[in-house]
Design a binder for this molecule. Structure first.
Ligand code: NAP
Length: 287
């Protein structure tokens, strides 16, 4: 079994990005800038935001945290997003999810300018993705594709089974895998006999948020297993796949933590850099 070391691949890519950004700062006079909006004090969200900030520092991306109180009004979040949309020094913006229940998540995500949508969640960017037009890709699916490509895993012709159909992971990763030539099966809670599907997967992507949903007997021998899940069980982080059982059956598998998580952050940084370059070039052409 080969461990798909997301931490190593992401760290190398973040450092490589740093080299590029250092040269661009010389050339264009400023670094990329990511604004991070955090509402409330959800411990997992606070830890993700901290990780994103640290990675920005490694890559030479300026980042600013905009921390709002748990009971913040919808109008106040809207005002902040509008302000960041209008600020020419901001290249990318993310709204850390989940949000408190009283906030309208979809409305707020769509308020973020599609040209500053570092997470690739905006409805127009997602529409572009589904129509195979150039766009910012959602961070986790993009990170998964980068990881598969880093290990030269053949995708074209493979049967990829995705467990989960969310807008931020399952559905877009299915689209990206299909674009690279995989044949796709997408499973969800109404799927009958999940095991019969997972057992036929050359590439199995599990993004259900259910600890150990995929057991060893659900994994095809010699397959590639990508575990997106992040669950805290008895104070320990675990994925959606029973890693100890699956690692003896799969040819490649991601660990949790240090698998998909760091690749998601790397993709976020690369998206921010992409947005920065398009802003710099637009500013130059409009002069
Ligand atoms: P989500 O919006 O809750 O979606 C979960 C999906 O899994 C849904 O489509 C759901 O089906 C499906 N599902 C749940 N239980 C199932 C079951 N028993 N059998 C088959 N399908 C089942 O979650 P998400 O935002 O996609 O996130 C999924 C997991 O990935 C979570 O653990 C999250 O923390 C993690 N995550 C990790 C990263 C990272 O960077 N590592 C990034 C994002 C998310 P229905 O549609 O039928 O409800």
């Amino acid at each position: 079994m080969i461990l798909l070391d997301g931490f190593k691949v992401a760290s190398e890519r973040n450092l490589a990005l740093r080299t590029v950004i250092d040269q661009e700062v010389e050339k264009y006079g400023r670094a990329p800038h990511l604004a991070i909006i955090l509402v409330g004090e959800n411990p997992a969200s606070m830890s993700y935001v901290k990780g994103k900030g640290k990675a920005c520092e490694v890559a030479g991306i300026k980042h600013k945290l905009h921390a709002l109180l748990e009971d913040v009004k919808q109008s106040e979040v809207e005002r902040l997003i509008q302000q960041l949309n209008e600020d020419p020094s901001v290249d990318g913006m993310i709204l850390q999810l989940p949000l408190p229940k009283h906030l309208d998540e979809n409305h707020l995500i769509d308020l973020i300018s599609k040209d500053k949508d570092a997470d690739g969640f905006h409805v127009i960017n997602q529409g572009n993705l589904y129509q195979k037009r150039p766009t910012i890709h959602p961070a986790t699916p993009k990170g998964i594709m980068t990881l598969l490509n880093a290990y030269a895993i053949p995708i074209s012709g493979a049967h990829a089974v995705i467990v989960g159909r969310s807008n931020i992971v399952g559905f877009p990763v299915a689209r990206l895998l299909m674009d690279q030539g995989a044949t796709i099966t997408v499973c969800h809670r109404q799927t009958k006999d999940l095991r019969s599907h997972t057992l036929s997967a050359d590439i199995l992507v599990v993004a259900s948020g259910k600890p150990n949903l995929v057991t060893g007997d659900m994994v095809k021998p010699g397959s590639v297993v990508i575990d997106v899940g992040v669950n805290r069980v008895d104070g320990k982080l675990v994925g959606d796949v029973d890693f100890e059982a699956a690692k003896n059956i799969a040819a490649y598998i991601t660990p949790v933590p240090k698998g998909v998580g760091p690749m998601t952050i790397n993709a976020l940084l690369e998206n921010t850099h992409e947005l920065y370059l398009s802003h710099i070039l637009n500013q130059r052409f409009s002069k």
